[in-house]
Design a protein around this ligand. Structure first.
Ligand SMILES: [Zn+2]
Length: 245
């Protein structure tokens, strides 16, 4: 591709901040910080924790943050010791996964009055079943959502060529801002899209995005980065691809 892409407002690259699992620290610390900077992020929420703090999550959605689908029961690979036997993707089928995805959408419609438009693969897993009986559930995501986000990926997303059903998501948990600068520089250099993925917000702990890191990322919105929710960036990419046809 040419090393430029027509991002809105003449911005040089796109940046999405995404946070998984609907952790309470997002409500307590993270969303107030984002709101102070006028930055909109994507939250891949699970219905159960949303229900526990319903008013606060409703307020976050009303403030313009994207509420994405992250399944209802968070199935993950049996490689994780903490995953309960009934949620091991190796033992799931495609219909079972589709039911779980749709349950999450219906729950979020009921709780938050929003229909999720993008998705984050729990633990970054994209398959169900095992061995010769394993199947990708990327097609099920493509049918339902404008975008699906992976986890612990290598770098930014090429807007000209990427399959939006499985875009790279770079881990920002437990990292200093300086650790993320090489990824930001790659995105800036080639005019691509960096999707960052984290969990807890403003907590210096395992699976937590540090406050200083988050603040430095928010400030990029005042410069050459188009900082926008995942579904908004995916919409923009698709609209541009239509023009290019
Ligand atoms: Zn998760």
């Amino acid at each position: 591709m040419a090393d430029t892409f027509p991002w809105p407002e003449g911005k040089r690259f796109a940046l999405s901040l995404s946070f998984d699992d609907a952790r309470a620290s997002c409500l307590d610390h993270g969303i107030p910080l984002l709101n102070t900077h006028g930055v909109k992020a994507t939250f891949y929420v699970l219905p159960h924790p949303v229900e526990e703090h319903l008013e606060s999550w409703r307020a976050a959605a009303e403030a313009g943050h994207e509420m994405g689908n992250h399944t209802a029961s968070h199935p993950c690979s049996a490689n994780f010791h903490w995953i309960s036997p009934d949620r091991r993707t190796e033992d799931w089928t495609l219909p079972q996964m589709e039911t779980d995805l749709d349950e999450a959408t219906v729950a979020l419609q009921r709780l938050l009055d929003v229909t999720p438009r993008s998705f984050a693969y729990p633990c970054g897993n994209t398959t169900v079943g095992r061995g010769e009986q394993a199947h990708s559930y990327i097609p099920a995501i493509a049918k339902r959502f404008v975008c699906g986000r992976l986890f612990k990926s290598e770098g930014p997303v090429d807007p000209a060529t990427a399959d939006l059903s499985a875009v790279f998501g770079v881990d920002m948990d437990e990292r200093d801002y300086a650790d993320l600068v090489p990824y930001l520089d790659q995105a800036r250099e080639r005019s691509t899209w960096l999707v960052l993925a984290g969990h807890d917000m403003c907590l210096d702990k395992r699976q937590g995005v540090r406050r200083e890191t988050l603040e430095a990322l928010c400030v990029l919105a005042d410069g050459d980065a188009w900082v926008a929710p995942v579904a908004d960036v995916a919409d923009h990419i698709l609209a541009h691809r239509q023009v290019m046809l």
